[in-house]
Design a protein around this ligand. Structure first.
Ligand code: FAD
Length: 193
């Protein structure tokens, strides 16, 4: 089970929290829980707050910017990420969904007991290991409410699509049509033309 985590989000009544910033269980800015555009220091404050010797915006600099309330971009910048930048919550999410939906699309129609057991282990590992702690925490309760259906690829694809839709809904994004035709088109076959 995932241990309870202390999370503070943008929506919590914390006046000095920069827009979009998510704090981790340690109370520090959680980079992997936050979209890059929300934690990227503004160019104006970048020089003062960055550790120039190492070229890193370290946690202390992040916290200083956070505490000042001035060190972060107040409006979303275009997500122009330097090459080789570590993933943010969005890039990690897209990569994870790609892996999971594609794996579900190619999962057998009639999986063996061993394949079912391994798929269950994979899915149940996510809330324990997923690096974005607040994403993991939501997923943990979601999986408890909706246990994985690993009986075959159609059922699994739908189950996963619905879990993704739960996240979409929470983030204010449109829902995806979870019919097998649509999930296969997106993750296995491509459009017909
Ligand atoms: P994504 O949501 O990443 O989707 C990628 C592509 O999948 C879309 O372009 C679309 O073609 C397709 N798609 C969309 N919905 C479905 C669906 N229901 N079924 C099948 N295919 C679909 N981010 C947060 O900010 N907070 C969170 O709490 C959070 N929790 C997450 C939990 C998990 C387990 C994962 C894997 C990711 C989580 N994310 C969270 C990241 C978030 O879901 C997105 O991945 C991220 O915001 C990037 O979104 P996107 O619009 O690029 O498309």
């Amino acid at each position: 089970d995932v241990a309870p985590k202390r999370e503070i989000k943008q929506t919590d009544p914390k006046p000095s929290l920069p827009p979009g910033m998510v704090l981790g269980p340690d109370g520090k800015p959680c980079k992997i829980c936050t979209a890059f555009r929300s934690w990227k220091p503004t160019a104006q404050n970048d020089n003062a707050q960055a550790d120039k010797s190492s070229g890193k915006k370290n946690t202390a600099a992040m916290m200083a910017a956070f505490a000042s309330g001035k060190g972060f971009a107040s409006t979303p910048d275009p997500d122009v990420r330097p090459e080789h930048c570590p993933p943010d919550v969005e890039q990690l999410g897209r990569a994870t969904w790609t892996f999971l939906h594609t794996t579900a699309a190619y999962y057998p129609e009639k999986p063996t007991p061993n394949q079912r057991a391994n798929m269950l282990t994979l899915l149940r590992s996510l809330p324990v290991l997923y690096p974005c702690s607040h994403c993991a925490s939501h997923l943990d309760s979601n999986i408890r409410d909706h246990p994985p259906n690993v009986s075959g690829r159609v059922a699994l694809s739908r189950w996963l699509c619905e879990r993704h839709n739960d996240v979409n809904e929470r983030l204010g994004k449109p829902k995806f049509d979870c019919s097998i035709e649509k999930t296969d088109e997106r993750w296995k076959d491509g459009p017909s033309d």
